[in-house]
Design a protein around this ligand. Structure first.
Ligand code: F6P
Length: 342
C-alpha cells in the first residue's frame, strides 16, 4: 500500500510523534509512506514527498510538523475537491491519514461521505474541543506551558500587589483556561461556557483583597465575550473562524478590572508559545498510540473512522462524530475551579 499522511490546521506538539508512529507501523507491513505538504493544500497542489526511515528519525520529541500545515479548505478553492481526488489517484495513493482538528477532519468527513475517500483521522488540537474523544494530543502540552506561566506570574504579582490577567487560547471553549487555572491556582477564570459579568468578576477580586490578599491571578480564555463591538474580529479564515486573538480580550479585561477596582493590573497574552516546542510525555504517548491506531485502521480498510481516547483505551469512532458538535467544558469541571475563586 501507499499511505499518505497530512497535518492540517494550527500546529501542535505531538504531530511529528503521530507521523513517526504511522510510518513505523506501516514500514513493518511493507507499505510506502508519503508525506503531504501543508495539509489539504498539498493534495490540491500536488506537493508530496516520500517518507523513509531517515525522515522520521528524531521525531518523537520534536514540536511543530515536518510536513508543514495550512488552513486550506479544498471546498473553498476553485475545483479544490476535484484536484484533491486527482492528486490522490495520480500519485497512486491507497489511503490517507489526516491529522487535524475540527476543520481538517471536517474536510476528511466530507470526502469520505461524498467520494468514499479512503481516509482515517487522528484528533489533534491544543483546544481539546473535539467530540468523540476524551482528549486530543497537544492539549496537555499547552496546559503545561500555561501552568508554568501562571506559576511565574504568581511571584511577580505577589511582589507588586497586582492583578495579573493571563489570556490563553482555546477558541470557543475554555479547556486550556480551566485546566491550567486549576493547576496554577487561578483566583478567577473566565471561559466562553460560563458567562460571568465583569462586575461579578471584579467583586470576587475585591472579596479576595478584602480577606487580606493583595494580588490576584485571572485567567481568561480568548473566546470569552466581554460584550461590545470589539467582540467581533475582522479577519475570518477559509473555515469561517474569526481570529480571536485580535479581539484583545485580555487587555480589555485588564483595563476594566483596573478601572472598576482601582487595583493595578497587567496583562500577559501567551499566544503561540502555547503551541510551540516539545510535547509533554503524556502527549508523546497519546500521539504515538493514535498513530499506531490510525495505521491499523488503514491496514484493516476501516476508512471514515478516527482514533479516539475513551478512558484509558484507544478506540475508533466514526469521523463525523468528532466534528458534529463542539466539546465544551462541563459544569462539574468548572465547579472544581470555582471552589478557589475569590
Ligand atoms: O485551534 C488552535 C488555535 O491555537 C486556537 O487556540 C487559536 O484561536 C488559533 O488556533 C490561532 O490560530 P492561528 O495560528 O492561525 O493564529
Amino acid at each position: 500500500m501507499k499511505v499518505g499522511v497530512l497535518t492540517g490546521g494550527g500546529d501542535c506538539p505531538g504531530l511529528n510523534a503521530v507521523i513517526r508512529a504511522v510510518a513505523r507501523r506501516s514500514f513493518v507491513r511493507g507499505h510506502e509512506v508519503v508525506g503531504i505538504r501543508e495539509g489539504w493544500r498539498g493534495l490540491v497542489e500536488g506537493r508530496l514527498e516520500p517518507l523513509g526511515n531517515r525522515e522520521i528519525n528524531g521525531l518523537l520529541p520534536r514540536g511543530g510538523t515536518i510536513l508543514g500545515t495550512s488552513r486550506t479548505n479544498p471546498y473553498k478553492v476553485d475545483g479544490g475537491v476535484e484536484r484533491v481526488l486527482e492528486t490522490f489517484e495520480r500519485e497512486g495513493l491507497d489511503a490517507l491519514v489526516a491529522i487535524g482538528g475540527e476543520d481538517t477532519l471536517g474536510v476528511a468527513t466530507g470526502l469520505y461521505a461524498e467520494h468514499d475517500f479512503p481516509v482515517v483521522g487522528v484528533p489533534k488540537t491544543i483546544d481539546n474541543d473535539l467530540s468523540a474523544t476524551d482528549y486530543t494530543f497537544g492539549f496537555d502540552t499547552a496546559v503545561f506551558i500555561c501552568t508554568e506561566a501562571i506559576d511565574r506570574l504568581h511571584t511577580t504579582a505577589e511582589s507588586h500587589n497586582r492583578v495579573m490577567v493571563v489570556e490563553v487560547m482555546g477558541r470557543h471553549t475554555g479547556w486550556i483556561a480551566v485546566m491550567s487555572g486549576i493547576a496554577g491556582g487561578a483566583d478567577m477564570i473566565l471561559i466562553p461556557e460560563q458567562p460571568v459579568s465583569i462586575d461579578d468578576a471584579c467583586k470576587e477580586i475585591q472579596r479576595r483583597h478584602a480577606r487580606g490578599k493583595d494580588f490576584s491571578i485571572v485567567v481568561v480564555s480568548e473566546g470569552y465575550e466581554l460584550g461590545g463591538d470589539d467582540d467581533q474580529a475582522a479577519e475570518v479564515d477559509e473555515f469561517g473562524h474569526i481570529r480571536l486573538s485580535e479581539r484583545g480580550v485580555g487587555a480589555r479585561l485588564a483595563q476594566e478590572i483596573e478601572q472598576r477596582t482601582g487595583f493595578e493590573t497587567r496583562v500577559t497574552v501567551l499566544g503561540h508559545v502555547q503551541r510551540g516546542g516539545s510535547p509533554t510525555p503524556r502527549d508523546r504517548v497519546l500521539a504515538t498510540r493514535y498513530g499506531l491506531k490510525a495505521a491499523d485502521l488503514v491496514q484493516e480498510g476501516r476508512f471514515g473512522r478516527m482514533a479516539a481516547l475513551h478512558g484509558d483505551a484507544i478506540v475508533d469512532v466514526p469521523l463525523e462524530e468528532a466534528t458534529s458538535e463542539l466539546k465544551t467544558v462541563p459544569d462539574d469541571w468548572f465547579e472544581v475551579a470555582r471552589a478557589f475563586f475569590g
